[in-house]
Design a protein around this ligand. Structure first.
Ligand SMILES: [Zn+2]
Ligand SMILES: [Zn+2]
Length: 297
C-alpha cells in the first residue's frame, strides 16, 4: 500500500484560508494519509486537527513553521513531531507572534508613505484571530485593486527594497532548532530553493543547519521546480540530511500545489519519515479505499 504523505500545510491559524477542521476535511478528501499541520509560529490549530484526523482516519503529525532570521534573510524552519506544550517552544513562538505585530505596523507605515492607507486594519481584518502576516497585507492590496494577484503584490510592494517591506529580526537558527528538537521533534529546512542564497551561502546554511541539529530539508515542495527536486536531493545526500515533502497548501487560489499525491522523492533520498511509527504502522480505514457510495434514485 502506498501511503500519501503531506508534511507542510497552513490553516487560518496562520495565513491559510481554511479553518483547521476544514483543512483536515480537505486533506481527507484528497486522500492524504499522513498529514502535518505546520502553521507559521503558532500551534493553536493542532488540538482540533488531531481530533479531526482521527475522525477521517488520517495520522496527524504535529508541526509548526518557525520564522528565522539568518544573515539578514528570513528562513522557515519546519518542526515535525513537536510537543507544542514544551515551554521553550511555547515561549519562543509567543515572542515571534508579538514581533509580528511590530512588523505589521512597520509595513503599514511604509505603505502609507506611498499613499496606501488603511492597510493595517485591512490586513488585520483578514487575519482575524490568527497571526498577522504579509499574505494578509497582500490580500488587502489585491482587494483594493492595487495589484492583480498575490504574486504581483509581493513583487511590487512586500519584498526587500519595496515600500511595504519592514526589516524584522525573527528567532535565530539555533533557537528555532533547539526549541523543535528539545520538544522531541525534528527540524526541517523548508523550501530551500526559495531563498535565492547562491551556492556559497546554501552550503554555509546547510552546514550550520546540520551542525545545530537539523535533520532534513524539503526536497519536494509546492514552491520547487522539478529541477530543484533533483538539486536539493543532491544537497541532502551531500550533507547526510533526510528529505521531506509537503504541498505548503494555503487554500484555493493562493497555493503553489494542491494537496494529495505529491511527486515522489528522487531515488537517493532518505525520507524524513523513514523510522516513524506513524507511517510504518499506518493502516488506512477500509472505507477510504472503496469507491464513493452510489446512491440509488
Ligand atoms: Zn515557508
Ligand atoms: Zn509554509
Amino acid at each position: 500500500m502506498s501511503i500519501s504523505i503531506d508534511l507542510h500545510a497552513h490553516s487560518n491559524i496562520s495565513d491559510g484560508l481554511l479553518t483547521p477542521a476544514e483543512l483536515m476535511e480537505h486533506a481527507a478528501m484528497q486522500r492524504v494519509d499522513v498529514f502535518a499541520l505546520t502553521d507559521h509560529d503558532d500551534t493553536a490549530g493542532l488540538q482540533i486537527a488531531e481530533s479531526e484526523a482521527a475522525r477521517w482516519g488520517m495520522q496527524l503529525i504535529k508541526g509548526v513553521e518557525i520564522s528565522v532570521t539568518w544573515k539578514r534573510r528570513t528562513l522557515h524552519i519546519v518542526g515535525l513531531k513537536i510537543d507544542p506544550e514544551y515551554p521553550p517552544l511555547k515561549e519562543g513562538l509567543a515572542k515571534i507572534r508579538a514581533g509580528r505585530h511590530v512588523r505589521a505596523a512597520g509595513m503599514a507605515a511604509g505603505l502609507e508613505k506611498i499613499g496606501i492607507s488603511g492597510s493595517l486594519e485591512g490586513a488585520y481584518a483578514y487575519a482575524q484571530e490568527g497571526i498577522i502576516s504579509r499574505t494578509h497585507f497582500a490580500r488587502f492590496l489585491v482587494e483594493q485593486g492595487i495589484a492583480k494577484d498575490n504574486k504581483a503584490v509581493f513583487k511590487r510592494y512586500l519584498v526587500k527594497g519595496k515600500p511595504g517591506y519592514f526589516e524584522h529580526e525573527w528567532a535565530n537558527l539555533e533557537e528555532a532548532i533547539s526549541w523543535i528538537t528539545g520538544s522531541g521533534g525534528v527540524a526541517v529546512l523548508a523550501h530551500p530553493g526559495r531563498y535565492e542564497l547562491g551556492r556559497t551561502n546554501m552550503l554555509l546554511l546547510l552546514e550550520e543547519f546540520r551542525a545545530l541539529g537539523g535533520t532534513a530539508i524539503e526536497v519536494v515542495t509546492g514552491s520547487h521546480t522539478v529541477d530543484q527536486y533533483v538539486e536539493f536531493a543532491k544537497y541532502a545526500h551531500q550533507f547526510g540530511l533526510k528529505a521531506s515533502q509537503g504541498s505548503d497548501y494555503h487554500g484555493k487560489g493562493i497555493s503553489y500545489m494542491g494537496m494529495g499525491r505529491l511527486p515522489t522523492l528522487p531515488g537517493k533520498c532518505i525520507p524524513v519519515w523513514q523510522d516513524w511509527d506513524e507511517v510504518k504502522h499506518f493502516v488506512r480505514k477500509p472505507e477510504q479505499d472503496s469507491p464513493p457510495v452510489q446512491l440509488s434514485l
